[in-house]
Design a protein around this ligand. Structure first.
Ligand SMILES: [Zn+2]
Length: 277
């Protein structure tokens, strides 16, 4: 839990190495800059998401890339030893998640929504939901001391429409840290310049030079953050006031999960100190 100096602990659990950066990289940079502790977790190791390499070679590359991204933001990064595509919402993995959450003692957990295109995203979300509340029950996973509180849990944004649209409770303007977020994505070479372009039949469009390909990727990736700011403009204005709320071009958004602790106005102020400032 937050220490006496108000330092918050934020645990972002994505399914793959790059998910946390894509959805919460700009917020993570702001938390870290304000002295809060942030840990990105990839619930799977990225060991299958490539067209040319796989296995230990790919897993080690993904780990190196994640560590580089973490360095840029000043955060911690962990990758779980689960082959990607193989995460399952089982009792075994629920216990793994409970242990992870208890040991990190987060004030806030961010993860995917439970209805998402990728089974790893869905099951990662399910496992976080299944760990909520139970993290406080000492007889579950009795070898790791139970928490005396239920963390706040919030979902990372997405555009899936069924069964229900994402409805943000907090929208974070990220204009001031956008380039740092892009730098974090740029660290994931095997994703943004190899696998994802291949999967999108764009592998011949990737520029050769480092600066050129960063600019190429930046152009593509910032569209989602720009759309987020536009889509949730009224929330930005509500949280930051009309003057500031209207100026943000880029944003990240989070929706509170009902199974964690409620996000009271006091908690929101503590957990998102840069929102509304
Ligand atoms: Zn993913």
């Amino acid at each position: 839990m937050a220490d006496t100096k108000g330092k918050q602990r934020i645990l972002v659990i994505g399914a793959h190495p790059d998910d946390c950066e894509i959805k919460a990289g700009g917020s993570a940079v702001q938390w870290a800059a304000a002295g809060h502790a942030v840990c990105f977790v990839s619930a799977t190791n990225g060991g299958t998401g490539h067209h040319e390499i796989g296995g230990i070679e790919l897993v080690r590359r993904r780990l190196d890339e994640a560590k580089r991204a973490a360095e840029i933001a000043g955060i911690e990064y962990r990758i779980m030893d689960v082959t990607n595509g193989e995460m399952e919402p089982t009792l075994f993995y629920r216990k793994v998640f409970i242990k992870l959450i208890r040991e990190y003692r987060p004030d806030l957990i961010l993860t995917h929504r439970p209805n998402d295109y990728h089974p790893d995203h869905r099951y990662t979300s399910q496992l976080v939901q299944d760990s909520a509340y139970v993290v406080q029950v000492p007889n579950n996973v009795p070898t790791v001391p139970a928490l005396r509180y239920n963390p706040v849990i919030a979902y990372l944004s997405d555009n899936f429409k069924k069964p229900i649209l994402f409805q943000p409770d907090v929208v974070v303007g990220i204009d001031a840290v956008l380039e740092k977020k892009v730098d974090m994505l740029h660290a994931h070479v095997s994703q943004f310049y190899e696998w994802l372009p291949f999967a999108a039949h764009q592998e011949n469009e990737v520029p050769a030079g480092d600066a050129e390909r960063r600019a190429w990727m930046r152009e593509k990736r910032i569209k989602a953050d720009a759309a987020c700011a536009e889509q949730y403009r009224s929330k930005l204005i509500e949280l930051y006031g009309p003057e500031k709320g209207r100026t943000f071009k880029y944003a990240e958004a989070f929706e509170v999960c009902e199974y964690g602790s409620p996000l009271t106005p006091e908690k929101q102020k503590a957990l998102f100190p840069f929102v509304g400032a």
